[in-house]
Design a protein around this ligand. Structure first.
Ligand SMILES: [Zn+2]
Length: 538
């Protein structure tokens, strides 16, 4: 079996839902945490084959078959590993990487890099307590770091001289250069980090792969990071992830903040599930890592324009990773503060309030469309609709995408098209009364789902129904209930348009010039019919 880059197979497992892949061959039903179906690998009539979306595997309690999407495709289609991942890669829209095994020499080289980074970190930690690091220590204490935090995050100080170049004279220069700790100048090697407060950056396994150095004399840029090396890829590394991983599992979510000091303060003040990208925008790799740990993410950004922009980008990137069990939210820290300051002033309670006030991704996108375009004009609405479609098109889970599209169609219908208002200009025609089944269904829905009653109150009031009547229970969830009301509303609307057209046609036959009115009406009828069709097909 050839060894593909572990990142690639991980990414496949990440991008593709095990429920989708298995669900194509085996009808699955959700019960509790898992999905269940009849095992495709042994003959059975009662389902003992379970699929766990979060963990990404299936297990048969009847025959013991067990595995992930890759082994499922291999076994169910009787193909080899390479064929299976090629097929899955095509489904995930990923390009197959070239197969390259890691040579022993590279493994040895990487080991030596890790050693250099760890030794350098020890040196920096010592220097923080040295007299030359006094200003760095004072700064970090002022930022609210106690001894335990300094120790846990292995914070240090890089002095003004070339301490690394000098202390590592027995290490191969090429290796030192390859870690990004030193650079070559006219007079030999010199240190990359000088007079900086040093935050080591760990990989997911807790090994130091890079450093982030904060300037202490007010010079810009505030932070410099190790440039990308064999060990460190900025776009694939999330600050704090090694510390947060277990907490993310326990909290059943991750929180993403903008800066590393924010991440540390969050982790130490009641939100251990917090991480931060490294002074850069979020990347797909960051989200992929987080989703693998847990699909529930709260993005917590500053409330300023930059924070909004970061949130928009996060929203963009997270779309392909959404599954029906993921809960992605956006929280904003307002008042020109960041999480660090909120914690300092208001403590974890104030921060909790901000996290609790996070809005859903559905609302975030809706707000962005409303804020970004002039939805009171047809042109603006058209742009806003395109904007939303562009985003929802990125959702790879087909069912979920359809649900999102439907959700926005409904919001657009209810909020932007304002046909309710327009309909006031159309001469009123008596509503036909509703039949008993429809009447009972409406009464049940109104009492069971007050939020739907509220949303469609104006329409429901026109139906002349006594909503206090006792009606038998029916089995209808909120989505279907809303669909029912919308569809009823459309039918009534349609009936009214048709009746109006009949009147106008009569006038036309009587010689009145109402052609324009009829064609305007026809357009409305087509529009309504389209909406009804969409409702029916979804
Ligand atoms: Zn089985």
């Amino acid at each position: 079996m050839p060894k593909y880059d572990r990142n690639f197979t991980d990414e496949l497992r990440e991008r593709l839902s095990v429920v989708d892949i298995v669900g194509r061959r085996v009808p699955l039903v959700k019960k509790g945490q898992n999905y269940w179906g009849c095992c495709p690998f042994h003959n059975e009539k009662t389902p003992s084959f379970s699929v766990n979306e979060e963990k990404g595997f299936y297990h048969c309690f009847g025959c013991g078959e067990h595995g992930d999407i890759i082994s499922f495709v291999m076994k169910s289609e009787n193909v080899d590993f390479k064929t299976a991942i090629t097929e899955l890669a095509a489904q995930a829209g990923l390009k197959m990487p070239d197969y390259k095994p890691k040579p022993a020499s590279q493994i040895a080289r990487e080991e030596s890099y890790y050693q250099i980074m760890s030794d350098a970190c020890d040196i920096y930690q010592k220097m923080l307590l040295d007299s030359s690091g006094a200003h760095a220590l004072e700064y970090i204490r002022r930022r609210g770091f106690n001894d335990d935090m300094i120790k846990k995050y292995r914070i240090g100080y890089a002095p003004k001289n070339n301490i690394i170049a000098n202390k590592f004279i027995n290490v191969k220069q090429d290796n030192l250069l390859a870690t990004g700790m030193c650079r070559r100048g006219d007079y030999g090697l010199y240190d990359f980090f000088r007079d900086k407060l040093m935050f080591p950056i760990f990989n997911a396994h807790g090994q130091i792969v890079a450093f982030s150095g904060r300037s202490l004399d007010g010079s810009e840029p505030k932070y410099i990071n190790t440039t990308d090396t064999e060990l460190f890829h900025k776009r694939r590394t999330i600050f704090g992830f090694n510390f947060a991983r277990d907490a993310i599992h326990r909290a059943n979510r991750s929180i993403v903040v903008e800066g590393q000091i924010d991440a540390i303060q969050m982790q130490c003040n009641g939100f251990p599930e917090t991480v931060a990208p490294l002074g850069t925008a979020l990347t797909e790799d960051h989200i992929s890592m987080l989703c693998k740990a847990n699909r529930n993410i709260v993005f917590c950004f500053d409330g300023d324009a930059a924070g909004q922009k970061a949130a928009a980008r996060a929203c963009d990137i997270v779309m392909p990773f959404l599954r029906d069990a993921s809960d992605v939210k956006f929280a904003f820290v307002t008042g020109g503060k960041d999480p660090d300051e909120v914690l300092k002033v208001g403590g974890p309670v104030a921060m909790q309030k901000i996290i609790d006030g996070a809005i859903s991704l559905v609302d975030f996108l809706w707000n962005a469309a409303n804020a970004g375009f002039n939805v009171s004009t047809p042109g603006g609405r058209s742009q806003a609709e395109k904007f939303i479609k562009q985003k929802t098109d990125k959702i790879t889970d087909v069912n979920l995408r359809v649900e999102y599209e439907q959700e926005y169609k409904q919001r657009i219908f209810n909020n932007w098209h304002k046909w309710k208002k327009n309909s006031q200009n159309i001469p009123r025609i008596d509503m036909p009364t509703v039949d008993d089944i429809t009447k009972n269904t409406v009464i049940f829905i109104v009492n069971k789902y007050p939020q739907i009653a509220e949303r469609y109150g104006d329409f429901l009031a026109t139906l002349n129904i006594n909503f206090d009547e006792n009606v038998p229970d029916i089995n209808i969830d909120d989505k279907s209930a809303e669909k029912f009301i919308v569809s009823l509303k459309l039918q009534k609307y349609m009936a009214r348009l048709q009746s109006e057209k009949k009147d106008l046609t009569a006038k036309l036959l009587a010689g009145e010039n109402v052609r324009d009115k009829i064609s305007a009406l026809d357009a409305q009828i087509r529009d309504a019919q389209q909406k009804i069709d969409t409702l029916v097909t979804i």
